[in-house]
Design a binder for this molecule. Structure first.
Ligand code: SF4
Length: 245
């Protein structure tokens, strides 16, 4: 089912009113029913990703799962992505990589993260995802309110950049995620046991101390808390411009 971009804000508002207190699996089922093959899940295969991936595997294992392989991920994340996808029977996990032409111009020696993390995230995350999302009207994220910052007021369904975004885990607490992992015997990302409660690229992720915020190890010491894929852009600016994925 496809919706015109002009319809999406009102669809998102209606679905958010219906689903703001719903179980994450109910939110997923509604997203799939509403958007069919125009829906994708974006997953980092990070510390808490197994919960949403497991729920999706029970409802629609062939849902497209978009994985941003920035070229800077921990080897443990690449192994976890491969093994977890196989274990859950997810049949359409797509590895999104930075465009060769973009890297040649902006980050030819792979050191851009040392001088401009916003530009590095843009070429390695934002642009590849924007290009992939051209094929979809709606996407699912794994964000939760308890991660703090801008996420504290996260709605369950929202409209951004002309697309509908579902945040099925917005309401869940860490304890609910842990309980779900245990109940379904889901494997943890191997770096969680080494003190990484949130896992991104290796140059920009550090372990955190007991009691620190979940995302304190992401871009630690910088005035940066998000990579940019959730920054809203004007509808219609998400276009397939330049480069291959
Ligand atoms: Fe680059 Fe760091 Fe962003 Fe990864 S998280 S894309 S290494 S700046």
């Amino acid at each position: 089912m496809a919706f015109d971009q002009t319809e999406r804000p009102s669809i998102a508002a209606r679905l958010d009113a219906e689903l703001r207190h719903a179980h994450p699996a109910t939110v997923l089922a509604s997203a799939i029913e509403s958007f069919g093959d125009k829906l994708a899940l974006v997953s980092s295969f990070g510390a808490e990703s197994a919960v949403l991936l497991h729920m999706v595997s029970k409802i629609r294992p062939d849902l497209p799962v978009l994985f941003l392989d920035t070229g800077m991920l921990f080897g443990q994340t690449l192994d976890y992505r491969k093994n977890l996808a196989a274990r859950l029977g997810l049949t359409d996990v797509r590895d999104l990589r930075p465009a060769y032409n973009d890297l040649a111009v902006t980050d030819p020696d792979a050191k851009l993260w040392q001088t401009d993390t916003d530009a590095c995230c843009n070429v390695r995350k934002v642009l590849p995802l924007d290009r992939a999302l051209v094929d979809f009207d709606a996407w699912i994220t794994g964000r939760k309110r308890f991660h703090g910052g801008d996420r504290l007021s996260l709605p369950v369904v929202e409209e951004a950049s002309g697309q509908v975004k579902f945040n099925p885990l917005a309401n869940w607490a860490k304890e609910e995620l842990d309980a779900y992992m245990a109940e379904h015997d889901l494997p943890a990302h191997p770096l969680v046991a080494q003190g990484f409660p949130s896992i991104g690229c290796w140059p920009c992720t550090k372990p955190v101390e007991e009691g620190e915020d979940v995302r304190a190890g992401r871009w630690a010491g910088q005035d940066k808390t998000e990579c940019g894929i959730h920054v809203a852009r004007a509808p219609g600016t998400v276009t397939n411009v330049g480069g291959d994925i």
